[in-house]
Design a protein around this ligand. Structure first.
Ligand code: NAD
Length: 453
C-alpha cells in the first residue's frame, strides 16, 4: 500500500498523507463487501431505514468538522462546505424513507398471481471526482445502501479526506462492517478494479467525459450497470424581456461558484443583442465585487482552484481571447485565479466550446429565440442551463427545446435532492437524486405463481 500527499489548495502546502490502496487490497475490500451484501439485504426495511437516519444524525453532529475538512482539502468556501455536509445529511434522510416504500406491483394475469420485486444489485462501486467530494459521494451511497446494496467508494486522489471521515461516521452510526467502505487510491488501480471485478454489479461514475466513456466501455464487458455524470458547458440565456438586474446579479455565482469547478457551471452566457451592452454594464460591477478570499472567511464567495495543473489549464483559455473584465484574487501561495469574463467572437472559439472547469465565463449575443436555442444546443454536452425571461410561454418553449437534463428559469440553481439530476447527450447517462434514482440501484424481478385455475 502506498500513500498520497494531501495539499491545501489555498496555500499549496502538503498537510497530511492518506493510504493509496493497491489492487490486492481493493479486491479484498470488494470480497468483504460481497459477503456483507448477504446480510445487509436481509436487514428488515424498517431497521435499514433507522440505520440510515442514524447515519444522517451522526453526519449532522459532525457537520462543522466535515465542512472544515473540505475547506482545507478542496479550498471550498466555508459557506459552501457547510451546505455540502448538510446535503449528505439531507440525502441520507431522504433515502432513509425508501426501504419501507420499495414496493413492487401485482399484475393481473391468467392462471395465477404475478408480483414484482425490486432486488438490490450487490456491490455498488462509486467513483467520485475532486470538485464536490461530499455531495457526489452521498448521491451514490445513500440510495445504493437504501436499496439494499453494499458500497465501495473511491474518492478522488486530490480530495479523499471527507469521504474517509464519512466511512468512519457510518460505522459510528451502527452500519455493519463492510457495508460502506471508502477505498482511497488511484483511478487506474482502485477505480479500474470496480469496472473489472465481477462482484461489483454497478458503477456510479462522476468525472470527465473521457474517463466516463472508458468506464462505460469497460462495464460493457460484464453488462455491468453504469450511471455516468460527466462534463458540461451549460448556457445561461438572457432574453431582452428579463429582469436584467436579477439576471446580471445572479450570473457570476452561476459560473464562479466553487471557482467554476462545477459541471453545472453556466459558462456560456447568451445575451439577446438588443440588451447586450446594457447587460454587460450590469455584469461588470457584479464580477468585480465577487469576493475571492481565504475560503475559511465567512464572507468568501470563491476560493482557489484545486491544483497547480488546473490553474495552468484554466489560464491557457485566456491566450489570444478577448478579455471583457476580471475580478480580483489573492496573491501568493495557492492556486488562485480571478473571476474572468471573455467575449466570444463566434461559437467556434475554444473558450466557448470546451469545458474550462474554472472561473471563466464566455459571452455571445443572439438575435432571437430560434438562434438562442440553436447556439445553446450547439455542444456535445447537455447538463444544465438557465433561461431568464418574463414571458411564461417562452420560458416553457425554450426549456423544452434546450437539450439538457436540468434547467432553471429565472434562477441558476440545478441541484435539489428531491428532483432528478443528470445529463443528456455526452453529459451523462442515468439520473441521480429524486424519487427515481432508487430504481437504478435495483433490478426488477418478476415472479409468477400458478394457482391452478
Ligand atoms: P476524472 O475523470 O479524471 O476523475 C474522476 C474520478 O475517476 C477520480 O476519482 C479518478 O481517480 C477516477 N478515475 C480516473 N481514471 C480512472 C479509470 N481509468 N478508471 C476508473 N476510475 C478512474 O475527473 P476529475 O478531473 O476528477 O473531475 C473533473 C471532471 O468531472 C470535469 O470534467 C467535470 O465536468 C466532471 N464532473 C461532472 C459532474 C457531473 O455531475 N456531471 C460532477 C463533477 C465533475
Amino acid at each position: 500500500m502506498g500513500t498520497t500527499d494531501v495539499i491545501d489548495p489555498a496555500t499549496g502546502a502538503v498537510f497530511t498523507t492518506v493510504p493509496s490502496l493497491g489492487s490486492e487490497e481493493t479486491d479484498a475490500a470488494i470480497d468483504r463487501a460481497a459477503k456483507a451484501f448477504g446480510q445487509w439485504r436481509r436487514v428488515a426495511p424498517g431497521d435499514r431505514a433507522r440505520l440510515l437516519r442514524r447515519f444522517a444524525t451522526v453526519v449532522e453532529e459532525h457537520l462543522e468538522e466535515l465542512a472544515l475538512l473540505e475547506v482545507r482539502n478542496a479550498g471550498h468556501t466555508i459557506g459552501n462546505a457547510r451546505w455540502e455536509a448538510g446535503n449528505v445529511r439531507d440525502v441520507l434522510n431522504y433515502y432513509a424513507g425508501a426501504p419501507e416504500r420499495l414496493s413492487g406491483r401485482q399484475i393481473p394475469v391468467a392462471g395465477g398471481v404475478d408480483v414484482t420485486f425490486h432486488e438490490p444489485l450487490g456491490v455498488v462501486g462509486i467513483i467520485v471526482p475532486w470538485n464536490f467530494p461530499m455531495p457526489i459521494a452521498g448521491w451514490g451511497f445513500a440510495p445504493a445502501l437504501a436499496a439494499g446494496n453494499t458500497v465501495v467508494l473511491k474518492p478522488a486522489e486530490l480530495t479523499p479526506l471527507t469521504a474517509i471521515r464519512l466511512g468512519e461516521l457510518a460505522l459510528e452510526a451502527g452500519l455493519p462492517e463492510n457495508v460502506f467502505q471508502v477505498l482511497p487510491g488511484k483511478g487506474s488501480v482502485v477505480g479500474q478494479r470496480f469496472v473489472t471485478h465481477p462482484a461489483v454489479r454497478k458503477v456510479c461514475f462522476t468525472g470527465s467525459t473521457e474517463v466516463g466513456k472508458s468506464i462505460m466501455a469497460g462495464c460493457a464487458d460484464q453488462v455491468k450497470r453504469v450511471t455516468l455524470e460527466l462534463g458540461g458547458k451549460s448556457a445561461n440565456i438572457v432574453f431582452a424581456d428579463a429582469d436584467l438586474d436579477a439576471a446580471a446579479a445572479a450570473a457570476p455565482g452561476a459560473v464562479f461558484d466553487n471557482a467554476g469547478q462545477d459541471c453545472c457551471a453556466r459558462s456560456r452566457l447568451l445575451v439577446q443583442a438588443s440588451v447586450y451592452d446594457e447587460f454587460l454594464a450590469r455584469l461588470e460591477p457584479a464580477v468585480r465585487a465577487f469576493r475571492v478570499l481565504d475560503p475559511s472567511d465567512d464572507s468568501s464567495e470563491m476560493g482557489p482552484l484545486i491544483s497547480a495543473g488546473q490553474r495552468a489549464s484554466v489560464s491557457s483559455y485566456l491566450d489570444g481571447a478577448d478579455l471583457a473584465f476580471q475580478g480580483t484574487a489573492p496573491d501568493g501561495g495557492g492556486w488562485w485565479f480571478p473571476p474572468t469574463v471573455l467575449l466570444a467572437r463566434s461559437a467556434a472559439d475554444r473558450h466557448w466550446r470546451e469545458e474550462i472547469f474554472g472561473p471563466v465565463a464566455s459571452v455571445l449575443p443572439f438575435r432571437d429565440e430560434d438562434e438562442a436555442i440553436r447556439l445553446a444546443n450547439d455542444t456535445e454536452y447537455g447538463l444544465s442551463g438557465s433561461i431568464w425571461t418574463r414571458d411564461v410561454g417562452r420560458a416553457l418553449r425554450v426549456s423544452r427545446a434546450v437539450e439538457t437534463g436540468a434547467l432553471s428559469v429565472n434562477s441558476n440553481s440545478s441541484v435539489r435532492y428531491w428532483t432528478p439530476f443528470g445529463g443528456m447527450k455526452q453529459s451523462g447517462l442515468g439520473r441521480e437524486l429524486g424519487p427515481d434514482a432508487l430504481s437504478s440501484f435495483t433490478d426488477v424481478k418478476n415472479v409468477f405463481l400458478a394457482t391452478g385455475e
